[in-house]
Design a protein around this ligand. Structure first.
Ligand code: MCU
Length: 376
């Protein structure tokens, strides 16, 4: 059964809308010293997720919570900390398909789903294009997000979508499982290709998402900028940061300054896994050159090292299977997908095993020289 959910945004005429940095519980801890901005760096390899920007090592679980807050800030340090919405409001319309037994889990789809979603899991369709356009490099500032925050707001479309997904979760929580048929504590998210980039960012920034399923997100998603540049320099036809900032408006214009010198970024996309941890993350990729199979493999293997350090080594899986069209889910990945959905959304008892499947061979010593600590 499909029904409409109208999520009225929680913003009165004088309300303040707080970005993720203020609404995440983990980021509200007063013990963490988080700066508004962080300087550029000079690292050819992937930055160490287990060392604070001031050089202090992450040694305890409390340190890790603070480092997660710092990583969140690094990844979106261009977003204003507080934004006054004033009198502006928008309405997000989402189509809901209830799970076969309700209340039950659901997957918030970003621009639809090209994964097979079992009937036991509902779907909530978030129309990301209307919320923040991704029509071309000229579509910056268009869509509901910018109606709220102004068309010069620095957030790119991916971050804007994540903020919208967070408001959809608010709507599900407020209406409640009895009304929607959806248990807001058992939510996943997915999207493919450009929308897969959105799913990964939403999973990283919205910590009420229990399972993140980015599909074929490639560069700007599961790939790391540094590894993509190295592949490009070696002759691969791969999307780089330098290309992506011109192609579309997925990222803030604040990325432009780093786009042709990615070794100066204080973060890279393995750190998206630092934010989804310890929640479920199953990254699905393809071997299409443009998506960067070596880059997504190396980057997400680094992500799996982060999950190892966070004490949940099998809560993140990576599977790159080629030989099929873009966003055509191959049957070879079905068993692992089912395992992740069963465990994180359907309360299944069997946790995933180690899932690290790829036809690309990456020596992690080249990219992740840092130690994975045992947090105390
Ligand atoms: C993989 O996602 C994008 C890619 O980043 C773009 O360069 C390309 O043009 O489109 C891909 C996509 O979204 O395909 C549907």
């Amino acid at each position: 059964m499909v029904r409409g959910l109208t999520t009225a945004l929680l913003m009165g005429s004088s309300a303040l809308a707080l970005p993720f940095v203020d609404i995440h519980e983990r980021q509200n801890t007063t013990d963490c010293a988080v700066q508004d901005t962080y300087p550029a760096v000079d690292y050819a390899q992937l930055p160490d997720p287990f060392t604070f920007s001031d050089g202090t090592k992450v040694a305890t679980k409390a340190d890790w919570a603070c480092r997660q807050a710092e990583i969140s800030k690094l990844l979106q340090h261009t977003m204003s900390v507080k934004v006054t919405v004033g009198s502006k409001s928008v309405t997000i319309n989402t189509a809901i398909k209830k799970p076969s037994t309700s209340p039950g889990p659901a997957i918030i789809t970003i621009g639809g789903s090209s994964l097979p979603v079992p009937a036991t899991v509902g779907t909530v369709a978030f129309g990301n294009d209307a919320f923040a356009a991704q029509a071309s490099g000229s579509s910056r500032g268009q869509g509901d997000f910018y109606t709220l925050f102004g068309n010069t707001h620095s957030a790119g479309a991916l971050t804007a979508w994540a903020w919208g997904v967070d408001r959809v979760v608010d709507g599900l929580v407020q209406l409640g499982a009895a009304t929607t048929g959806i248990d807001p504590e058992r939510l996943g998210t997915t999207g493919c290709s450009r929308n897969g980039k959105g799913a990964l960012i939403a999973g990283a920034l919205v910590d009420r998402i229990a399972l993140t399923l980015p599909q074929e997100s490639g560069s700007g998603g599961a790939a790391c900028w540094r590894i993509s540049d190295a592949q490009h320099d070696a002759g691969a036809n791969i999307q780089t940061a330098g290309e992506i900032v011109g192609e579309n408006v997925w990222f803030s214009t604040n990325l432009d300054a780093y786009a042709t010198k990615t070794t100066t970024m204080p973060e890279d996309h393995h750190m998206l896994a630092a934010l989804t941890a310890p929640r479920g993350l199953f990254v699905i990729e393809n071997d299409i050159d443009w998506l960067g199979p070596v880059s997504t493999t190396g980057c997400m293997k680094a992500g799996r090292l982060i999950y190892q350090g966070a004490g949940v080594p099998t809560n993140m899986g990576f599977s790159l299977v080629g030989g099929h069209g873009h966003c055509q889910f191959p049957s070879a990945q079905q068993t692992d997908l089912t395992t992740y959905i069963n465990y994180f959304l359907l309360d299944g008892a069997t946790p995933p095993g180690v899932v690290e499947v790829s036809s690309a061979d990456v020596d992690m010593a080249d990219w992740a020289p840092w130690m994975v600590p045992t947090l105390i």
